[in-house]
Design a protein around this ligand. Structure first.
Ligand SMILES: CC(=O)SCCNC(=O)CCNC(=O)[C@H](O)C(C)(C)COP(=O)(O)OP(=O)(O)OC[C@H]1O[C@@H](n2cnc3c(N)ncnc32)[C@H](O)[C@@H]1OP(=O)(O)O
Length: 509
């Protein structure tokens, strides 16, 4: 009697001549017949067993695919759980999630790099004694900001440049004696470089809400002795700038030679100039915007959704500290983010359609998938998930538009009194979108460099053109627009050191 499986196999073998040679060979050697050509891979096609059971004979389903990428995530989760368990045991290892497990596989965890035991070489500004009120409600009775400096502050304290970071960067923009690791703007800072330490005193902070030494959701709430977690108040970019202003005041700095930043840092750079125009002598804003675009909000929204859906996040509602960190959600969010940071044209040249092994798989198969997998994996424990969510949300909420000078003044408020709950007055006459932005940026009258990149999909060039347009509308006659072609997309500010560096250096001189 011909079993159903045998008949199916014969049918496939009859058709094998029509298949590519490698698939045809696999079809002939397959015992269990896959239902579609998709399943013809080495992992789906098992060697023929010596004898076949009745159960095998009755099966017409494909052999299950193998999922090495999921196995790898499971192994990482188990390893993290094991470390957490052993760190809780009285005689357990003290390595825990602090990175002291020297024998670990760097691709499989376990330590969050943001653990303060890993961080080094930064200084701390402590704010205490006066409650710090935040724009969206909530108050911090105290906070700290991590910061690093390069160069020398002159006697008049007029040569400082405040460098704002992107979303997930630390204050470590450049290596120095206390931390020789390369910084994220290593080639931009130093003697004779665009941020010339022979002339300028560069200050870079980890922003409020971050996790690299500054107070954020992973910090201990002094009221409870536990991490704030999801009880950390939402912060706005304006809150972050008010905190930075307090740091500058503590250093005796009233005037900045320049405010410089890219991406989220470019948004902050622009906002600082609007909030404290007397302080900012020059403005550089790179690959940024005056208000978050709905498309950028959408891209960040899906990253947050994916991250929050990680069971380690969802089951704790964000209070995962001391337990399993949501490393899978972080990895996937970073993969999506990486797609927004680079460009299709770059990847066409860099990866093309090249494959890893040539076998169809739902795990990384194309080189571009392998690259994304690597980027996600590398980041998955590098940054605190809540900080990512909080700062990503702060970017979405950013909008420099104003309908009255009262609103502009409201942003400049000192953070030591609760924000008024009185509604702001209605505009005397309706303002167009551009006019609202021009009003919100009306005091940005200093020399301004607005740099954008044609291949940026996260902060499209139209947004930098919008900044330049509304600044000119507001009467600023010293706006320089600089457009860079190239394939690096949003990450151009990290990668095109020659062109971005030259534009920045020229503007600072
Ligand atoms: C929104 C905001 O406010 S800011 C957003 C700013 N952007 C970011 O934060 C993204 C940060 N980008 C990075 O960190 C990048 O690594 C950069 C920009 C610093 C450097 O970029 P590049 O020099 O092009 O290197 P890139 O990171 O793309 O690739 C190198 C890594 O990919 C790996 N890689 C390259 N090709 C492949 C591949 N086919 N498969 C797997 N891995 C690969 C390399 O081995 C290398 O790994 P390593 O970093 O562990 O050594």
């Amino acid at each position: 009697m011909i079993t159903t499986a045998t008949a199916a196999r014969q049918a496939i073998v009859r058709q094998a001549g029509a298949l590519p040679r490698s698939l045809a060979a696999m079809a002939r050697s397959c015992t269990v017949v896959p239902t579609t050509c998709r399943a013809y891979s080495a992992s789906a096609c098992s060697p023929k067993p010596a004898s076949r059971s009745a159960a095998d004979s009755a099966s017409v389903a494909a052999a299950p695919l193998e999922f090495p990428c999921l196995d790898k995530l499971d192994r990482k989760t188990s390893k993290l759980q094991e470390i957490i368990r052993s760190s809780r045991a009285p005689s357990g290892s003290t390595g825990a999630l602090d990175g002291t497990d020297a024998a670990r596989d760097p691709n499989e965890g376990p330590e969050p790099h943001y653990s303060t035991k890993q961080l080094k070489g930064y200084q701390l500004f402590h704010h205490t004694g006066r409650d710090f009120y935040l724009d969206n409600g909530g108050v911090l009775p105290q906070f700290q900001l991590a910061y690093e400096t390069w160069g020398t502050l002159n006697a008049a304290k007029t040569n400082a440049i405040l460098l704002h970071t992107g979303l997930s960067a630390s204050s470590h923009a450049k290596s120095h004696a206390e931390n020789p690791d390369l910084g994220w703007w290593e080639d931009y800072i130093g003697p004779g470089l665009p941020l010339d330490t022979n002339k300028y005193f560069i200050i870079c902070t980890n922003c409020l809400g971050g996790c690299y030494g500054s107070t954020g959701p992973s910090s201990i709430d002094p009221a409870t002795g536990e991490p704030y977690a999801a009880r950390f108040p939402f912060v706005t970019l304006w809150d972050m700038l008010r905190a930075q202003k307090l740091l500058l005041e503590s250093l005796g700095i009233e005037t900045l030679h320049a405010s410089v930043g890219a991406s989220m840092g470019g948004m902050q750079s622009l906002a600082l100039a609007a909030m404290y125009p007397q302080m900012v002598q020059r403005l550089v804003t790179i690959s940024s915007c005056a208000r978050a675009h709905p498309y950028s909000i959408a891209l960040r929204f899906v990253q947050r959704q994916v991250l929050m859906a990680d069971p380690a996040y969802a089951s704790t509602r964000g209070n995962y500290y001391g337990g399993l960190p949501p490393h899978v959600g972080m990895k996937l969010a970073r993969e999506i983010a990486t797609i927004t940071y680079r460009s299709g044209p770059e990847w066409e040249k860099r990866f093309g359609r090249r494959r890893v092994t040539g076998e169809a798989s739902l795990c990384p198969d194309f080189q571009i998938e392998n690259y994304l997998d690597h980027q996600g994996e590398k980041f998955s424990l590098q940054y605190d998930a809540n900080s990512l969510l909080w700062l990503s949300k702060a970017m979405d909420m950013f909008d420099m538009a104003a309908t009255s000078m009262d609103e502009v003044a409201w942003r400049k408020r000192l953070p030591f009194t609760p924000p008024s709950s009185d509604p702001l007055p209605d505009p005397t006459e309706p303002l167009s979108d551009d006019e609202q932005l021009a009003l919100g940026l009306s005091e940005v009258q200093m020399p301004t460099l607005v740099l954008g990149v044609t291949s940026d999909i996260l902060f499209p060039l139209a947004q930098q053109q919008e900044i330049a347009r509304v600044l000119r509308l507001a009467g600023n006659k010293q706006v320089t627009s600089y457009v860079l072609d190239g394939d690096y997309g949003h990450d151009t500010f990290l990668l095109d050191k020659v062109n971005v560096g030259a534009a920045v250096a020229g503007h600072l001189a």
